[in-house]
Design a protein around this ligand. Structure first.
Ligand code: ADP
Ligand code: MG
Length: 357
């Protein structure tokens, strides 16, 4: 071989090696999604996704173990379905009996109290007596009387609850709380913090359809969120949005509604009337953290379309409201102004997005 051709062969070989090295490097750093689905978290489904470079995929175990441990701990403290939880002990306690609170339960209590003020009373974790009243109406199939509702409403009030950093007490035995509208959001945020502390730079935490995204999608781009059609089946998406770091929580009357006689009711109670809310088929809230998004999804279900105008800065919402008449008549979609820019793709026939006036 002449000197020129051997130099050429050297260049080609060098180029090929270089390409192989780039290929190897790209493959090693290609993003992959590692998915875990811990069973029965807070009585619902849970999906945890860590998005990491391929070479780190096998090193995510500790992050997942810590994330799941954090979830179970929160549930064991805040669930009203677990007899030994701090919340169940508080709910059973006699008047003036101090129940010790962990730092996390105290934090959630405090946030719930702030949310009660911020939402003009629409979000109220003290409305457990009303929730129980309607739950027993569901079981007995008998509507509660006006006086039942009034009495449960009087028992549902923050004025009966004294909150201290290490303990809570109540002035009447019958006062009770229900963290069902806030605990999932809190848990999602905690798990995201656990993942970040374990070096996971991107991912998704989903508990029962409430979600928080951080970092990038597996394609290295924004995450895409699909909002389901409340009149369709579970798979039917109606809107898609692009989000970066963002929590997306939905409260819908289709998921956990119940019937008394031939009337269908939402599991969300209007603390002012003492009755289940009517009218709003689903509310999806976008906020930087899941606690805030969870709170406002419930609060807007109570406040209705008027609430869209009262949203604090940094919070956006999409509200689907049933049209008057039969369910098949469809619904109207109302979005807060910040959301309109984020919708991807064409809207289905008959659906228009309007901003609140
Ligand atoms: P989901 O549990 O379907 O995500 P929400 O986040 O809206 O729905 O939470 C609903 C739960 O919150 C109810 O099951 C009940 O435990 C509780 N809840 C009902 N009404 C209210 C209210 N007005 N304020 C705070 N919590 C409520
Ligand atoms: Mg919720």
């Amino acid at each position: 071989m002449g000197r020129r051709s051997s130099r050429l062969a050297g260049l080609v070989l060098g180029g090929l090696l270089g390409l192989a090295a780039i290929g190897w490097w790209m493959n090693r750093n290609r993003l992959v999604a590692v998915v875990r689905e811990p069973p029965a978290v807070m009585g619902t489904t849970c999906t945890l996704i860590a998005i990491v470079p391929a070479h780190q995929a096998s090193a995510t175990d500790t992050a997942f173990t810590n994330a799941e441990r954090s979830l179970r701990l929160i549930e064991s403290r805040m669930s009203s379905w677990i007899d030994a939880s701090e919340i169940s002990r508080f709910n059973r306690a006699a008047a003036d009996c101090r129940i010790s609170l962990s730092e996390s339960t105290y934090h959630v209590f405090e946030k719930a109290k702030e949310a009660n003020d911020a939402t003009g009373g629409a979000f109220d974790v003290t409305c457990r007596p009303l929730i129980e009243l309607w739950r027993s109406a569901d079981e007995s199939d008998v509507m509660p009387t006006e006086s039942d509702i009034r009495s449960a409403r009087d028992r549902s009030n923050w004025s009966h609850i004294q909150l201290g950093e290490t303990a809570a007490a109540k002035s009447t035995k019958t006062a009770r709380v229900d963290l069902g509208g806030i605990a999932k959001g809190y848990a999602i945020d905690q798990v995201v913090e656990v993942f970040k502390a374990n070096g996971i730079e991107s991912g998704l935490v989903d508990i029962g359809g409430d979600q928080r995204f951080w970092g990038t999608s597996v394609e290295g781009r924004q995450h895409e969120v699909a909002i389901r059609n409340p009149l369709g089946d579970e798979e039917s998406a109606i809107f898609e949005f692009r989000v970066w770091d963002c929590a997306v929580c939905t409260s819908g009357d289709y998921a956990r509604s119940f019937e008394v006689g031939d009337q269908r009711f939402s599991h969300i109670i209007d603390p002012q009337t003492g009755r289940p809310v009517v009218g709003v088929a689903s509310v999806t809230v976008f906020a930087s953290d899941a606690l805030t998004a969870d709170i406002w999804a419930t609060a807007l279900s109570v406040k209705g379309t008027q609430g869209l105008k009262e949203l604090p800065k940094g919070i956006d919402a999409l509200m689907l409201v049933r049209r008057k008449g039969a369910a098949s008549a469809g619904f109207e979609a109302l979005a807060s102004s910040g959301l309109a820019d984020r919708i991807i793709g064409p809207l289905p026939d008959g659906v228009e997005v309007s901003k609140p006036d």
